[in-house]
Design a protein around this ligand. Sequence first.
Ligand code: EPU
Length: 420
Amino acid sequence: MDSLLIKGGVPLHGEVAISGAKNAVLPIMAATLLTAEPCSIRGVPNLSDVRFMGQILTWLGAQVRFDGDTIRVHAKKIKGAGDYDLIRKMRGSICIMGPLLGRLKTATVSLPGGCVIGARPINLHLKGFQALGAKVVIESGYARASAKRLVGSAMFLGGRAGSTVLGTANVMMAAALAEGVTLIESAACEPEVVDLANFLNAMGARITGAGSPTVTITGVKALHGADHEVIPDRIEAATYAIAAAVTNGEVTLRGARAEHMHAVLDKLTSSGVKVERRGTGLTVRRNGRLKPVDITTLPYSGFPTDAQAQMMALMTLTPGISIITERIFESRFMHVSELARLGADIEIEGPSAIVKGGKPLSGAPVMASDLRASAALIIAGLAARGTTRVNRVYHIDRGYENIDGKLRRLGARIERVEET
Ligand code: EPU
């Protein structure tokens, strides 16, 4: 297992190319199961989650070819059941269920289970499939959905925390091949859902309203192959923006789309960071002293939960008190105790973390518990005095393409070493 060794205190400078969005490419890869024709997806990030989704598609019978940052998938003949252990390993793989149900009218996948950030149920996905006429059973650790025919209907997909991203994606994909019209109310509005809808429409689906809480899907008989370029990763871009701010540097995020990042850029601006559109990207630098900000995570277009940990790392270095409230996942504060090892002063009160910022951080060995927690620890390490060792970096390789290489190019002193 690898670790990252970071010698902090170097301001980041230069330009970083933002990769394609992990959370867009995973459902788009799953959507290729909806057609027997070949599809190609461009701008695909080299991530372990993406390779893993490739393995799942292969297991289901598709031909999958990685060619640089393009993936070609040909799902000529597929089966409707995913391998128990393969699917269980990555929660995002639940999004094969909608395409399998849409194309084969039957889908069996292992229940993904919870993870360190929360329980992560799939009741809303299943509610949507049932609304399309599928019979759903949970048995021996599997969720099975099957139907003689899928028929479009109106459904409300809001839950405890608001909309569901992969639930919306799953129902959209199944409904693309249902008979008649499906109306999803309280649909997720995330740019990744819009990107998936664009890909499905390029395949011949008839989807309108993606990006708004009401999505309409008019079913078609069959979908055809398509070629698509994935949107840039707004969370990767946010992570490098925060890293630039925390180190008092200046970084241009090549390809970052400001229109997908309003909530993050607004909070960065309020905390004393200057963000300018430059060419095909954004340039980020500190604008004087950092100021504390309060943040509440919400479904899009609110502040993304996937950037909460990184923002907390910034707030630990900001003089004053910031309150960070997590409203999407029940336990997404695993980074708090690790940030404390670096000297951060953070108290958890229910769904909120009270960050008493401004004390200098000093490097220490820390443990990555999940993808975004790892990113927060790297950011804190970049600002800390001395050396920070981030263990279990396989978490970060799930969602950040070559993060150590990209940070090194920006001047960071970071190296990948074998875990001790
Ligand atoms: N929820 C339910 N029932 C469901 C589905 C979700 O109650 O059937 C709840 C969840 O427990 C949570 C909330 O709804 O409280 C939102 O969960 P959502 O379904 O939107 O999450 P997801 O689709 O499983 C995706 C991303 C996550 C990201 C969330 C929220 C992918 C592969 N994953 O997960 O990404 O945090 O949306 O934006 O797209 C990450 O990249 O680090 C990551 C965890």
